[in-house]
Design a protein. Sequence first.
Lengths: 268, 213
Amino acid sequence: LKSTRSTAAGAVTMEKITDYKDASTYNNFYEFGTDKSDPAKNAHTLKTTPWTVEVDGMVKKPGKYGIEDLLKLSAQEERIYRLRCVEGWSMVVPWVGYPVSKLVEKVEPLGSAKYVEFITQADPKTMPYVGSRVLDWPYVEALRLDEAMHPLALLTFGMYGEVLPNQNGAPVRLVVPWKYGFKSGKSIVRIRFTDKEPKTAWNKAAANEYGFYSNVNPEVDHPRWSQATERRIGEDGLFAKKRKTLMFNGYEAQVGQLYAGMDLKKNY
Amino acid sequence: MSFARALLHPAAKPVLFVLCLLPFAWLFYGALANQLGANPAEYLIRSTGDWTLRFLCITLAVTPLRVMAGLPPLARFRRMLGLFVYFYVVLHLLSYSWFDMGFDVADIAKDIAKRPFILVGFAGFVLLTPLAATSFNRAVKAMGAKRWQALHKLVYVIAGLGILHFFWMRSGKNDFAEVAIYAVILAVLLGWRLQQFLRKRKGAQGSSFSLRS
């Protein structure tokens, strides 16, 4: 997947990139099983062509986009982001995609639209664990419209210079580097604009543990574990002390103003 | 040679000892050879926990198997299996303290207080400690069989704590399939004991009226 390196502020970290093998075999994608090694084993059944993404809700130009058209909608950029999982581990991944804002501008949201909902594929025929009671299917994630418009919010089609492996959310996923990984929905089939805060998958499953915002925040612990530190996969050895987690996953300079005046302890 | 005879063979205990060490050997080798996947710390913490539960089930299965299958020699292996439960729980606690908490005692203390599932797991370890410490013959003699047995009934509480610890840990993913398997196994093993206990009590009451005594 061809791309040019992004010049957006914060878009390319100089940290050591996680091995492709780790990034493509240590995944959370519950449609294919809850164990981290399950998606890599099971996701080969996912059919990514043909694929359409429906854009609807409060927009002037709703429509259906074939994946071929979506790929060409804007120039593909390479972005090297930190990825911080809510479980306390992190990676550094070179993604390929373009800002979500490019698509949003194209479909012209109405003035009343406040949120963007990302609805992902839930096909029990190709996704063996859809129907398990772990989560409500389909897996739904959402952003405030201004978050979705932020230049770092990436509509992602590839990683490590290649198209996304199925287990990483092929053919199109979201990557929001300042939020916990689960906010970045995989295998998106519908993008809906709305004026009400959407009910998101993990928030529905455990509202006291997973808020709507779920920004990376070392000062707000998960009720069952600390978020102050993290383990960088493949890098921090078994005996290394875990590294400190940064506010907004280190993207505070870029995204901090989105949350000015908000109580982040309440809006976790 | 019959199975019961094989159990009495002098090599039986050493063979079992080596078998019980195999999971540890694999984890040790895997950690050195980097064979434990993308997150070896997590793998070690979880595997040692799994093996603790497995050895707990195996240990608690000894007596029911001995009685039901009529294999008295099985009793020879119970102590060693029980000590392996302790061996793996120590590894579990060590892995957590080391790989997750960097041996920071203050952090560990905070974590135990903060997270109920850690507290429950830790309580299980604490309760298991006197059982391991009194597993040698002299301790049994010194305590007297009755008191020793009463102390070792704690294992039922420990089994409950272990399964609660695992349940709580998995509740984050609403994923209880594996927890259910262990819970059923432990419920069957403890249920069998309850049934034996009730039958014995009934038998004791009944016997006062019987002519046989």
